[in-house]
Design a protein around this ligand. Structure first.
Ligand code: GAL
Length: 657
């Protein structure tokens, strides 16, 4: 378990650096990330590099025994660059160009900007690539943050044309695949195609899907241009990017392909995230100071697979932040708890944002480990406590491998895009559907891997696919060869890759293993709640329901009160024909886990467990004091069985009673 911090030497007088470095090391911090927003100080005028301040900052930190993570500063191009090339500023969907004066003000498709980035990163990597104190490099910062992935610029249009040409080869093939005969949308050349903005009503959904696929590839290729430079100059460093929580604008699996990263790092702001995702108001209120118990775990489990087992938390919330609708102070213990939670899920490093609260500019209301007057903040004191505990406890400092879960959830980025483009009902949100299933599995005490449908799923005993828009032959092949229990949710197999309804009706190719058809679908306003019973549980459908027909020897395991099938199964494969109320999702999963031979245990409200190596951790996010589900004679290496709000404990032995 290693702790890190984000530090901005350029924001503080040099006279503070030595003391800062010393205090970081004393606190138990081992890694420091620097430089990711400092372009204007490294190159104040075009071609005029000023490295000496950065040399000194690196030397000072390294002299205190700290390891460095160096960020490339391409998330904030300096004013001289924007003045020389105003066309690097991105264009919004309404056709207006963004201004200079904050950050992420660049068009990812701008060939001029890409050239500038490669030029700058080459100079930076040539200077620092072989420095042994720099153990990792981060490209850019939070690609896509502030909704900056799509740019509706001439530069984006030009590259979109080339992308389409590569994908479809001929414009007739594109017209056919897109169904452009509809509303006379046919094109006579690739050059005639526009971007899917500023249309009086909906653009063709496949036009939108392809634009999102294109932009996703743009993000990956922008990052790869820097990786190529960094691999050459810093062959021994870990290369990474800091991703975001609940962020789906680009396909992270594709981004990480072909060793484009060594570690998946992500930025965890649990309270702000709980406030900003569409959770029921009652949950936001209940977890306002602890964050929802699954909100960080969900992304820990997702990024662990994106990093092929290796993940870091590059920025961890250490107190109140500045960017959500409301920004409360975390409950006592949470800053410490979130670190252990990340480690339990397999993190190698948890790095806090930021060393000291900055008293000026945009983030002055954002906490750090130190108050602006340099006193340790309440969060800083909790980090100190965690660091001391880890140092004093051998089984914490040398944690075993992350446990490979028996249960997988498939998460698919394209499905998110497709169902965002065609919600069909105001409240349908694919990622929240996945989250609902994830929460149910975690309430049952299970460890979960969140994986791509293209991953090798053969080692899992239970595979949950809350939904997947396109079901291809490869996935059907995986199901046919597998002995796992499978659960598919609504809208699965409802589209082809060209965003059309499959000719055999949904769920498309899933019918090879589960004979059934979806005849009609409906979205449900909050007052429409079709009722059903599953086993001894009563509940209802919400957001989305399907009218389906069971074919052949497919079984109907539950039906709605109006007699339409709700849960169907064929062998080891189940289909849930609606977004069910939460308790029913849990009941379906509990039954599938049982049939998969996986033991479940319903945990107390707000309690979660996670296994790593020979340790089991328990965390209390709830308002009441609870008991950790440890065996009677468990040996606790951290904390104790009784857990107040914000408490954590860990014991040896992965077994629960
Ligand atoms: C992140 C970003 C940081 C800082 C932080 C504040 O999104 O990477 O630079 O702005 O949020 O919470």
């Amino acid at each position: 378990m290693q702790l890190g911090v984000c530090y901005y030497p350029e924001q503080w007088p040099r006279s503070m650096w030595v003391d800062d470095a010393k205090r970081m090391a004393e606190l138990g911090i081992t890694h420091v990330r620097i430089a990711e927003f400092a372009w204007s100080r490294m190159e104040p005028r075009a071609g005029e590099f000023v490295w000496e301040w950065l040399d000194e900052a690196i030397e000072t930190l390294a002299a205190a025994g700290l390891k460095l993570v160096l960020g490339t500063p391409t998330a904030s191009p300096p004013k001289w660059l924007v003045d020389a090339h105003p066309e690097v500023l991105p264009v919004r969907a309404d056709g207006v160009r963004w201004n200079f004066g904050s950050r992420r003000h660049y068009d990812i498709s701008s060939e001029i900007y890409r050239r500038e980035c490669v030029r700058f990163v080459t100079a930076m990597a040539a200077r620092y690539g072989s420095n042994p104190s720099i153990v990792a490099w981060q490209t850019d910062n939070e690609l896509g943050c502030h909704d900056t992935v799509p740019s509706y610029s001439p530069a984006a249009l030009k590259r979109f044309h080339a992308w389409l040409q590569l994908r479809y080869e001929s414009v007739n093939a594109l017209n056919e695949a897109w169904g452009n005969v509809f509303w006379s949308m046919e094109y006579s050349s690739f050059d005639a195609i526009g971007l899917p903005n500023l249309t009086p009503t909906d653009a063709n959904p496949i036009h939108l899907v392809d634009f999102r696929r294109f932009m996703s590839d743009e993000v990956a290729s922008f990052h790869r241009e820097q990786i190529e430079v960094l691999r050459r100059h810093a062959p021994n460093a870990d290369l990474l990017h800091n991703f975001m929580g609940f962020f789906t604008t680009f396909d992270h699996y594709r981004f990480a392909e072909d060793n484009a990263i060594d570690v998946a790092a992500w930025d965890s702001y649990p309270i702000a995230r709980t406030e900003s995702i569409p959770l029921p108001e009652e949950q936001k209120a209940r977890y306002a100071r602890t964050a929802h118990p699954d909100v960080s775990a969900f992304d820990h489990d997702r990024y662990r697979s994106i990093g092929r087992g290796r993940f870091w938390v590059m920025e961890q919330q250490a107190g109140p932040v500045n960017w959500a609708s409301w920004n409360p102070v975390p409950a006592k213990g949470m800053v410490r708890l979130w670190a252990y939670e990340a480690f339990a899920h397999g993190a190698e490093l948890v790095s806090y944002f930021r060393w000291r609260q900055c008293p000026f500019a945009q983030e002055q209301m954002h906490s750090g480990l130190n108050l602006p007057n340099n006193e340790l903040s309440p969060g800083g004191l909790e980090v100190q406590q965690a660091a001391r505990e880890i140092a004093a406890t051998a089984s914490l400092s040398g944690l075993g491998e992350p446990t490979r879960a028996a249960t997988a959830i498939v998460f698919d980025y394209e499905t998110q895009w497709m169902f965002e483009i065609q919600r069909h009902g105001k409240t349908f949100d694919y990622q929240m559907l996945v989250f609902d299933y994830y929460e149910a599995l975690r309430e049952l005490g299970l460890d979960v891997d969140i994986v791509s449908s293209k991953a090798d799923l053969s080692s899992y005993r239970l595979v949950v696919v809350p939904s997947i828009a396109v079901i291809d032959e490869t996935l059907v092949g995986q199901i046919e060869r597998s002995s796992a229990q499978w659960v598919f949710g609504p809208r699965s197999g409802s589209k082809t890759t060209a965003f059309a309804i499959p000719s055999s009706l949904p769920p498309g190719a899933l019918q090879n293993v589960l004979p059934m058809q979806v005849l009609e679908v409906e979205t449900l306003r909050p007052t429409l709640t079709p009722q059903l019973t599953f086993g001894d549980q009563q509940g209802h459908a919400t957001h989305w329901r399907e009218h389906v027909r069971a074919n052949g020897d497919t079984r109907v395991d539950a039906q709605f009160d109006d007699a339409w099938p709700a849960v169907l199964s064929h062998g080891t494969v189940r289909y849930v024909a609606a977004w069910l109320s939460h308790g029913l999702h849990r009941a379906v999963l509990e039954q599938a886990a049982k049939e998969a031979g996986i033991e479940t245990q319903l945990l107390a409200d707000g309690l979660r467990v996670r296994r790593r190596g020979d340790l089991t951790f328990a965390f209390n996010f709830g308002v009441l004091q609870v008991q950790a589900p440890a065996p009677v004679n468990a040996t606790f290496v951290l904390g104790q069985r009784q857990l107040a709000t914000g408490d954590v404990c860990a014991w040896k032995g992965a077994q629960t009673d």
